[in-house]
Design a binder for this molecule. Structure first.
Ligand code: F0G
Length: 454
């Protein structure tokens, strides 16, 4: 059969409340044209993020009931730890309430003024947590990873020459080397097994530990299976174990590839580092057998980890996003190619050439998608990255709009509806307005800034 079906039935549903364009215009005005200001009840299809928005399975809900809420020594922790170590066999597994908490703990220990931490691309909370300690976050993705139309199969790979140069010139300043799988900030692009091994070898040759930001590890493993020579016949869990076998530790947001609505962890091999991390954990998150989570969350994650490496799920997951990408390309909508694992990134600057970067083409497209069809997306461009610390502005490298797909939540007709919205918008895209910012906070302005059509 050619049709790849959603490999699940739906037992429990959340109604979507239909709205009209006129109603949505009023909601937009009340939210000052910032989509973060909308009530999610007023959104028809919410593609703001794939984080924490997964549908849990019946087995996960059953696991919630199994959760043991003891402060210390909960069997829920043992089940969680065993599930993590089945895929990522690190000596120490430290639960946190989400990914950024794991990052904050790690960098509070290895960061600090004068330190430099390279990765393919740091996600914004990772960068923020590194910079908050006074250290510098450096992005070293391969040049192909910065070209929206380059169809390199592993556009998330780390630039090995650039990493070698950094380690040779400033090795003393580097406490660890990182790689994000898949590379969210670079379009959800995967990193190959060969690249992970080469990065680990380079780091180890310089005596540095190698950490993986593993948020979307299963999607990355699926791309390895499909695209990397010699991997096609291997089970996904084996590929996952190979990815982490070369690393000394990992940070994780379980809100992505663990089907969690909340959760994360820091895992590592080094006993001394783990002891320091647990001390910090007790201060900021909780006792080491629950971290920032309830026992029921730990049990839901243990079950989620068993489900996320299911190949029928991954085949459907990656194909569902690729399908939207193919149909948008057929309409002539420019997107980052090849399509990544969790999201479509639309090149709004290229699609709305009449709007200059400082007129925020990404914001204009995101607002139009909501007004026209009730779809909520996320600007990743000059609104998010264009403000310098001195308050002045410059265009971001790209003006993208991210359509991030929650896991197991939407069906093919929802995807077709998204494509149709682009089809209708394409007829009058030359009339979409530029925007100006009428109020903004000093940092992270995209969350709360107010906009008006220019
Ligand atoms: N690392 C990556 C690669 C991420 O994508 C995220 C979150 C984090 C770390 C932080 O994890 O949210 O659990 O604290 N990404 C979400 C997104 C928010 O929409 O891409 P967290």
């Amino acid at each position: 059969m050619r049709t790849i079906i959603e490999p699940f039935r739906i037992k429990s549903v959340e109604p979507i409340r239909m709205t009209t364009p006129a109603e949505r215009r009023a909601f937009l005005a009340a939210a000052h044209h910032n989509l973060f200001g909308l009530r999610s009840d007023d959104v028809l299809i919410d593609l703001l993020t794939d984080s924490g928005t997964s549908a849990m399975s019946a087995e996960q809900w059953a696991a919630v009931m199994r959760g043991d809420e003891s402060y210390a020594g909960s069997p829920s922790f043992e089940r969680f730890e065993a599930a993590v170590r089945t895929l990522m066999p690190f000596r120490h597994v430290i639960p946190t309430h989400q990914g950024r908490a794991a990052e904050a703990i790690l960098f509070s220990i290895v960061g600090g003024p004068g330190r430099v931490i390279p990765s393919n691309s740091h996600f914004d909370t990772t960068r923020g947590n590194i910079e908050a300690t006074g250290a510098e976050a450096v992005d070293l993705v391969i040049p192909e990873g910065r070209e929206p139309r380059n169809r390199h199969p592993f556009k998330g790979n780390v630039d090995l020459d650039a990493l070698r140069e950094l380690l040779e010139a400033h090795g003393d300043a580097v406490p660890c080397v990182m790689a994000t799988v898949t590379n969210n900030a670079g379009g959800g692009q995967p990193v190959s097994l060969a690249n992970l091994r080469a990065v680990a070898d380079l780091a180890h040759a310089h005596g540095k530990p190698f950490f993986i930001d593993g948020c979307r590890f299963a999607e990355n493993a699926w791309f390895i299976k499909r695209r990397e020579p010699g991997q096609a016949e291997r089970p996904v869990p084996d590929i996952v174990r190979d990815m982490f076998a070369v690393a000394d530790g990992m940070t994780m947001s379980a809100k992505k590839d663990a089907f969690g609505n909340i959760g994360g962890w820091l895992a590592l091999d080094d006993d001394d580092l783990a002891a320091r991390a647990r001390t910090r954990l007790i201060l900021t998150e909780g006792f080491p057998t629950y971290g920032g989570l309830a026992g029921r969350d730990l049990d839901a994650l243990a079950q989620g980890l068993a489900e996320i490496v299911d190949e029928d799920y991954l085949r459907y997951r990656i194909r569902a996003i690729e399908y939207v990408g193919e149909r948008l390309l057929a309409l002539g909508v420019p997107i980052v190619e090849p399509v990544g694992g969790h999201a479509i990134f639309v090149d709004a600057r290229a699609w709305l050439p009449h709007i200059p970067p400082l007129g925020y083409p990404g914001q204009s497209l995101a607002v139009a998608l909501y007004e026209h069809a009730g779809i909520r997306s996320c600007e990743i461009g000059t609104v998010m990255f264009g403000r310098r610390p001195d308050g002045s502005e410059e265009p971001a490298a790209m003006d993208l709009v991210r359509l991030a797909f929650p896991r197991r939540v939407y069906t093919q007709s929802h995807a077709d509806y998204v494509v149709e919205a682009f089809e209708e918008l394409s007829e009058h895209r030359d009339r979409l307005p530029a925007y100006r910012i009428t109020w903004e906070p000093p940092s992270l302005r995209h969350f709360t800034a107010r906009f008006a059509p220019a």
